[in-house]
Design a protein around this ligand. Structure first.
Ligand code: G6P
Length: 370
């Protein structure tokens, strides 16, 4: 096991550090920058099915569901196809309306999650075209879907998903760009500039790992005794906030809630005092001015602000107690880059609390029963 961990103390840390490679592997053979194309047989062979879909329904559980939410933002923005995202466990029992004009995308790291499998079977029975985004090759979900794309992130051992999540985001990005290009919603110049930026994301992840590894350890030390955390983001980074909160609760057992920053005023703001740590994801591109006013509201209530901002940021950084800098990207890529320091922060808080990071209590890597 020590050898498999490659010198890292836990699989989770190893997997966090593998992300420059895993994201690159997910794009390998698919993103052909020189030719200016995205090659994805699973999508291309059924492109008319996607193009003519009434809507796309994404079903998943846990971290994969968070990836699905970002998939909704991506596909609606770039391909202009309506998307709904559902928890598999809700979808399967609520008698949903599904027709043969729907495309259902299941996202599952393991490809074995019982609820996701059951929801897919239901969609298939009703005639929907079913597409899988799985990490484990030849898994049950990969086998029952009509088509799909593997994430190729490599085996993920840590129960808390990290590299599988960023690989899922990478696949969803490729799908959104591919469909958008095909159906004419994404013009050639924008497509070219987006794929060039996507191609450089592994390098940005590498940079974030280098610049935030020590920093997140130092921040973590100050929050070992925390009992609650709030994670806030807007737009693409609202689901990134949900995922940041999930990482923390899974492995550190600290109660954490993710929220869209603007919804804070409808509830969570009542919780804010000098003891409440609030992680706020505030990159330049993506409702920055709105986030600034959310941060002012938190500051006025003396919340402890941990801000994830772009390099050189001033406004949010001046109000924050802790600043984590990430490189600037287009908004659609920011959840990939912003998630990395949040994974590290959750990891180190859990380690300093003496928790079993790779195998947290009560959780399973793959939930094959209901
Ligand atoms: C479990 C795991 C999570 C995972 C979820 C969905 O709860 O602990 O990390 O996100 O299942 O799993 P899947 O394999 O379908 O992505």
């Amino acid at each position: 096991e020590q050898i498999e961990k490659g010198g890292y103390e836990h699989f989770m840390l190893k997997e966090i550090f593998e992300q420059p490679k895993s994201v690159h592997d997910t794009m390998r053979g698919r993103l052909l920058l020189d030719e200016g194309v995205i090659k994805m047989a699973g999508i291309w062979d059924h492109v008319e099915r996607f193009k003519n879909a009434n809507r796309i329904i994404i079903i998943a559980c846990g971290t994969s569901w968070h990836a699905g939410l970002i998939g909704e933002y991506l596909i609606e923005e770039y391909a202009r196809i309506p998307v709904e995202v559902e928890y598999a466990s809700e979808f399967r029992y609520r008698n949903p309306i599904i027709t043969d004009k729907d495309v259902v995308i299941a996202i599952s790291q393991s490809g074995e999650t019982a609820d996701t499998m059951a929801a897919l079977k239901l969609a298939k029975e009703k005639g929907a075209f079913i597409y899988g985004i799985c990490n484990v090759v030849d898994s049950s979900i990969a086998r029952i879907t009509d088509a799909g794309s593997y994430t190729h992130a490599g085996p993920e051992i840590g129960v808390a998903s990290t590299k599988a999540f960023t690989a899922q985001l990478t696949i969803l990005t490729l799908i959104a760009f591919k469909l958008g290009k095909h159906n004419g919603n994404l013009g050639n110049a924008e497509f070219m500039s987006l794929i060039a930026e996507l191609d450089a994301i592994p390098k940005k992840i590498e940079e974030v790992l280098n610049t935030t590894h020590e920093l997140t350890q130092n921040i973590a030390k100050d929050f070992v005794k925390a009992t609650n955390f709030l994670y806030l983001g807007r737009g693409y980074n609202y689901p990134a906030a949900l995922e940041g909160a999930l990482k923390l609760k899974e492995i550190s057992y600290i109660h954490a809630e993710g929220y869209p920053a603007a919804e804070m005023k409808h509830g969570p703001i009542a919780l804010i005092d000098e003891n409440m740590p609030i992680v706020i994801i505030a990159p330049k591109k993506g409702h920055y001015d709105k986030i600034v006013s959310n941060v002012q509201e938190i500051k006025a209530r003396k919340g402890k602000i941990i801000a994830v901002v772009n390099k050189g940021d001033r406004q949010v950084s001046e109000m924050a107690d802790y600043v984590i800098e990430i490189p600037e990207t287009s908004e659609c890529f920011s959840p990939i880059v912003a998630s990395v320091p949040l994974q590290l922060l959750a990891y180190y808080i859990a380690v300093y609390r003496g928790a079993n990071v790779d195998q947290p209590r009560n959780l399973a890597k793959s939930v094959t029963v209901e």
